[in-house]
Design a protein. Sequence first.
Length: 610
Amino acid sequence: MKSVIKRSFLILLPALVGFGMYKFVAGFGMPGSINAYINKTSMRLALQSPEAMTYAGLDSLPFERHSHKLGDYSGALDKKLRGELVDAKNQLENFKSPKANATDRLTYEITTWLVDDYLAGEKYEYSGYPISQLSGPHVNLPSFLTDMHTITNQESADNYLSRLREMGRVLDETHGRVQKYADNGVVAPDFIITKTIGVLEAFIKDGPSGNALVTTLPERLEKAGTFSESARDEIRNEAEYIVQTIVQPGYEKLIAQQKSLLSKTDSNAGIWRIPDGEKIYAWAIRNNTTTDLTADDLHNTGLAEVARIETAMDKILIGQGLSEGTVSERVRIMMEDPDQIFPNTDEGREAMIDYLYELNEDIMGKAGDFFVTLPPQELEIKRIPEFSEGSAPGGYYQGPSQGFPPLIPARPGRFYINQKDTADNPKWTLPTLLYHEAAPGHHFQISRSQLIKGVPFLRKASPFTAYTEGWALYAERVAAEDMGLYANNPLGDLGRLQAEQFRAVRLVVDTGMHHKRWTREQAIDYMVSKTGMTEAEVTREIERYVVWPGQALAYKTGQLAILRMRARAEEQLGEKFNLRQFNEMILEDGAMPLGILEREVDNWIAEQKG
């Protein structure tokens, strides 16, 4: 998990830089305040990542010096970050004061929890797989360069070419890191290596002229409107040459390395298979759920939730005239209904995205009755890039940037949907997917966090998966049971239950593989039997949990925690309970560990009583 979970702090850098640049101009706050200290420390860490600067939209600043570079992937940045966070932990103690106001006390608690958790993970230097079918520079950098690096003029085009050259160094550093992990007994399972090889080979299979780093250039250059035809050709030809002589050889070197590792591994799926694996998983549970729940607690909760949801799905299916066979078999029938499937063509994909926009417009028209703060940022709905959709999830959300007018335009929130095969997302499943990723799920939560006043920008970066994914899954329930969006759409409600079942099953299979030592095949069989998903879909998911231990536990854990908090508020407040205000209270202070959130809810209940 070194390359995924333990680097989670680095994932915050885009948000940190974006907010940090705003604070740099507006001032860091009162000298000596906890906000000023955290902002300055975060900025110092964030500025070490050129990619973070670009994600934050800072490439167009006149004084930028980063957009021709890529970051360090050798492991040196991790060590430097660890040292700085140890110092930050010590300095934070200076701000622990009973005289601090409520906002600053909350900031101290949240930041301390985050730093302590990161440093706890740092005890395990070789705690995961540096590259996989889902993550690593070989996956992340192509998407970064094609989607994030903006080309507007000759300088930004030259910077793009410079970053292509930098990929040679990055791929070489990645090769060294994989070897170092292997030398210390950490090699991915054979089926993960095989999938990783497939991803590497797929990226270079069309040769330099057909590579996405080259083929996406003509449209981007033409859209810029500042290049002559000969200049566009020159830039494209140079990119093709760099891909041929630098990028492709780097991928080929990684492919050869991965093939050589096949003889040094096995098919065991769980993280227990590597040195300190059981301790690493215990830490991963806490890191992802922000609770002290054990693997057995989560496994048993998953089994109970699977049984409950299965009963609810059965009732809807019987109402649709489907009473024979298991619930998953009948769901599979609905998944294959041709009337519910968009054509797997460009036109069909466009129609699917148009339908998602219609759903978003509908829910936004009703949202004001259930939520106090609506997102001021627009929402874009886009297809996941084709070169990465084979191993990508069904959908994901990328938060908006605030921008820095007039130098930096704000970026809207983006909901990416996997359209590799439109049959994977029948029409009746799409409402829940939108409600989770967009409104009132991630788009509402991430947007609201950016509006918080009087806190350091780390508080706005939403670094707690159990909170963010728990909110999104809770939002699915609000859309159904409070907003009544499935009142005349039982199939849509079946889609909600199927999505919730999917998250409940995750509790079972993640703990099954990493704690109870299930095989990959056991996990696949269980998930197929409970969700109605195809074996191919399930296999992608199970292999995701293999390389990201514990991450899948966050969703249901967070949702159940928020539902318990709400039930307690409803019981204690009775007629005084206001759903709009409860939802606002959950969102208004941003993401935090669930235990801290529970205390904040209890304080809110007491205030409402008063």
